[in-house]
Write a protein that binds this ligand. Structure first.
Ligand SMILES: Nc1ncnc2c1ncn2[C@@H]1O[C@H](COP(=O)(O)OP(=O)(O)O)[C@@H](O)[C@H]1O
Ligand SMILES: [Mg+2]
Length: 346
């Protein structure tokens, strides 16, 4: 059942250019959904519409079938954690966490009980009497999360909450966020521009580009079956070549190369096909569907080597194992497994 429902949201800050263009997205209760996309694509703007910090020019926002489009931010009671999660420096950790309850004039006894429980959920037990400056970055981050969660919000909004942490701590904290989110069953919208971070914790991912959602699917599906060239490029596909459908699930490139795909096909007949470097096979077998190329550059990736290969299809990037390596100038044969070749919608 749909819990969060954004319908045809249009936002223009200056009245000229649309920053969000009829953006629609729905989420189920308890899901963790990420908005992923390059800087400036409209992720924060979308979150601000949900939070009630800005009003959309057009469109509606419903939560649990209630139209909240015109409800102001302080009446929505959502939990929010932003990139710069300023804690109150003169308040203790427990007082920081209790803040939202104090605003609601919650009784002292209930507040104490809830704060204790929330400190425990967020792994901050025994730190309640300290001040923010006495905590590490990761601990402060968890205080911000605890402070957002203590009001038991219907929705938790996180805008790049990990971007001020170093790489190792970011990984630890994203696991923490997922754990707490699951434990409390709280519907969460998570904004990030980091693909790995987003795929690792999300139930669903919306890939945004220039004010529109290009694809909304599970991370597994997006990783394997991007729908558009933008999405494919954003998540690490390489090797794009124009193809035309010949028959059934067969395609032909401009150079006459034939391809077969067993993946879902778009309705358009002339389009672009793509494949990840690690999915192209270097093979001894020569068939109608293999292509010969010449190695131009070899780079070392740790687990594998990557070759830039000149072929009739253009320059391709191909990964190879360390068991068999090739040198600049070597001729190699490439095969494109039908279950790995993806034909894009646009
Ligand atoms: N308050 C504002 N006034 C005018 N333009 C803004 C404002 N906030 C954001 N923008 C513009 O809207 C676009 C989307 O911004 P934003 O939603 O912050 O993107 P993201 O979070 O994906 O980086 C950007 O081009 C940005 O410059
Ligand atoms: Mg942003």
């Amino acid at each position: 059942m749909t819990f969060v429902d954004l319908k045809e949201i249009r936002v223009s800050y200056d009245g000229k250019q649309d920053i969000l263009k009829d953006l629609s997205i729905s989420m189920e209760k308890g899901e963790l959904v990420s908005l992923l996309g390059p800087s400036g694509c409209g992720k924060t703007t979308t979150l601000r519409v949900i939070a009630g910090l800005i009003k959309p020019n057009d469109g509606t926002f419903e939560l649990d079938k209630d139209d909240l489009t015109k409800v102001p931010v302080h009446k929505r009671n959502f939990g929010m954690v932003f990139q710069s999660y300023a804690l109150f420096p003169h308040l203790t950790i427990a007082e920081n966490v209790a803040f939202g309850l104090k605003l609601r004039k919650e009784s002292k006894a209930t507040t104490k009980e809830k704060v204790e429980k929330m400190l425990e959920v967020c792994g901050l037990e025994n730190l309640g009497d300290r001040y923010p400056k006495q905590l590490s970055g990761g601990q402060r981050q968890r205080v911000a999360l605890a402070r957002a969660l203590i009001i038991e919000p219907k929705l938790l909004l996180l805008d790049e909450p990990l971007s001020n942490l170093d790489a190792k701590l970011r990984v630890a904290m994203r696991i923490e966020i997922k754990r707490i989110q699951q434990q409390l069953g709280i519907t969460t919208v998570f904004v990030t521009h980091d693909q790995e971070e987003c795929f690792s914790i999300s139930d669903k991912v919306a890939i945004m580009n220039n004010g529109v959602i290009e694809q909304y699917d599970s991370p597994e599906k997006i990783y394997r079956l991007p729908k558009t060239k933008f999405v494919a490029q954003f998540i690490g596909f390489e090797n794009f070549f124009e193809v035309t459908k010949t028959e059934g699930n067969q395609y032909q490139s401009q150079s006459g190369q034939l391809f077969t795909t067993t993946n879902p096909q778009p309705s358009v007949t002339g389009t672009v096909a793509t494949i990840r470097p690690e999915d192209i096979e270097i093979t001894k077998e020569v068939t109608q569907e293999t292509v010969e190329g010449t190695v131009v550059v070899r780079t070392f990736l740790g687990k594998s080597y990557q070759y830039e290969v000149t072929t009739p299809l253009g320059e391709l990037l191909v990964n190879g194992t360390s068991e068999q390596t090739y040198e600049t100038g070597d001729k190699i044969n490439l095969a494109f497994p039908a279950d790995k070749l993806v034909v894009l919608e646009k």
